[in-house]
Design a protein around this ligand. Sequence first.
Ligand SMILES: NC(=O)c1ccc[n+]([C@@H]2O[C@H](COP(=O)([O-])OP(=O)(O)OC[C@H]3O[C@@H](n4cnc5c(N)ncnc54)[C@H](O)[C@@H]3O)[C@@H](O)[C@H]2O)c1
Ligand SMILES: [Zn+2]
Length: 657
Amino acid sequence: MQSSKIDRIKYLVEQLNAASESYYAKDREIMSNYEYDKLYDELVELEKETGVTLANSPTVNVGYEAVDELPKERHESPMLSLGKTKSREELREWLQGNPAILSWKLDGLTIVLTYREGKLAKAVTRGNGEIGEVITNNARTFKNLPLNISYTGELILRGEAVITYSDFEKINGEIADAEAKYKNPRNLCSGSVRQLNNEITAKRNVRFYAFTLVKADDVDFHDSKEAQFAFLQEQGFAVVEHVAVTEENILSVIEDFEHKIEHYDIPSDGLVLTYESISYGQSLGRTAKFPRDSIAFKWADELRETTLKEIEWSASRTGLINPVAIFEPVELEGTTVSRASVHNISILRSLRLGIGDHITVYKANMIIPQIAENLTGSDNVEIPKVCPVCGQPTEIRQMNEVQTLYCTNEKCPAKEIKAYTLFVSRDALNIDGLSEATLEKMIDQGFIHEYADLFRLDRYKEVITQMEGFGEKSYQNMIDSIEAARHTTLPRLIYGLGIAGIGVANAKVLCRYFDYDLEKMQSADTETLSAIPGVGEVLAGAFTEYMSDAENLEQIEHLKQFLTIETPKVDENAQTLSGMSFVVTGSLNHYASRNDLKEVIEERGGKVTGSVTGKTTCLINNDITSTSSKNKKAKELQVPILTEEDFLKTYNIPYEE
Ligand SMILES: NC(=O)c1ccc[n+]([C@@H]2O[C@H](COP(=O)([O-])OP(=O)(O)OC[C@H]3O[C@@H](n4cnc5c(N)ncnc54)[C@H](O)[C@@H]3O)[C@@H](O)[C@H]2O)c1
Ligand SMILES: [Zn+2]
């Protein structure tokens, strides 16, 4: 009995370590977090029962050893993982009457920063907890990191590098090579931070949120974690959003976080509770893997059992064909869900999916529907030998441990449809009323062979108005929208062409560099292009290749007959707020943090200060009836108090409703 348990232990250690290597070192996943945690818990139980813990067991090791070419460095003090619970009650009991701080557990890549003489001296990843990778130059490109601070002693702090969900959508959409696409913001962030070339990091909008101050020897924090946060903020760091809690209010604060997570743009995978008293926390010491001053809370996944109806194979512009599970609809965290991405062939196989199987589903981090377990495991899903869109042969490609399915047809219409979808999308030509499904129908009918055909759709008025889902009115709306799109800008056009790697940001950079002169741009050589800051060789290569293809050039020529390309008159970052001074307080809806809004104001020449004075232009606070000291002061001095939205409207700052 004991020996079979030891065999199981060995097996689990091997499986979990292989998963961790993919997860941490290769930014890819070969099993779901749910499955990982389940196997992990089984291992913990077996180790307890048998009294055997292998040296390489994940229960006593953190992360995974760095494997790539970045330089390594040993941490001064080991970086640990965190003990975890899913029970709110346990979290409350853990306080033992002590005050504490509850914050988001951010889901990115943990980094330690060292500042000396007021300058960023070093940035190192967590790595395996003892040895991390040195990524100082990459950290310098983080969007919100202060490179100079006023404190001149040695400051060491830890925090999480993250990419917001909205940036993730944008950036991942711009990665042309399907194999290089990322599954979630955590993977993208890890891949972006651990680059050899910081030009790439710079484009990924990585942000840093501090959560622990390790060292600032000559500052007296009065034994308070909260005071450390305040100090870090004064130095210009964004700190993780946190709330002071006691036994009395912790359950309701958890609920507040629970409501907020639905719309929170910063990825998180739970909460972290830390004692407010620094000395008390330290007095508790640590286990091999966990410090005792903090504990992590994972959202208990609301699991639902349902039946797998089919696997839909979803083809994309890049040739990738991904499995999507379609199941009997179930109610999860307040919404009805009926589909979940299975991500790739490896995960499909490890779940042993079969049509009619009983599966359990949940929302990972309360957001993304996922399959937790397959209770039947009939393993009868066939991997299509041909592309669902074009019928040409598919092929399974293997990268690291992950297998993915591709359409081999260069001219696959899936690629074509997606190309048009990009062309009409909001940041490109911005044509409403042309959904992917509509485009597909029109391509099927032979109305669209090239981009310019979109502007000639009125030739088919008769047929289109007869099409299912189309009436006179929706036809007219579409035509109006097409007409409006003829007035456009060069960055929109360049982005809309879908050149590998040229996203919204790069398109703008290129256009600005060439003074919005399309011809100049088209005749630029790779050398000139790659010398443009932020462009680099790969993009330069893709661009010149695209522009040297006769068919592409012809498409652009035809398009030009329909377009009026305007040169942007106003600089997007015109200094419209110069000379103005703002105070921001309370929580925000359109920005992840007050610091983000501060950046936007500063980009436009405005100032953000900490207190309301007679010079303050306005106080921005979503709770305008609040009786906080800032609100009182503003009323006293007759400084207007605006909600975030009123502020954005008043000062013409674009935002999404
Ligand atoms: N899918 C897979 O194959 C796979 C493989 C390995 C690990 N995992 C996942 O990773 C988890 C273990 O991960 P881990 O050990 O990297 O981290 P963890 O989940 O133990 O989290 C602890 C870390 O979170 C960071 N953190 C973020 N916000 C923080 C805050 N506000 N305060 C303090 N610390 C904060 C710190 O670096 C801390 O060390 C597993 O439970 C599993 O879900 C998945
Ligand atoms: Zn195909």
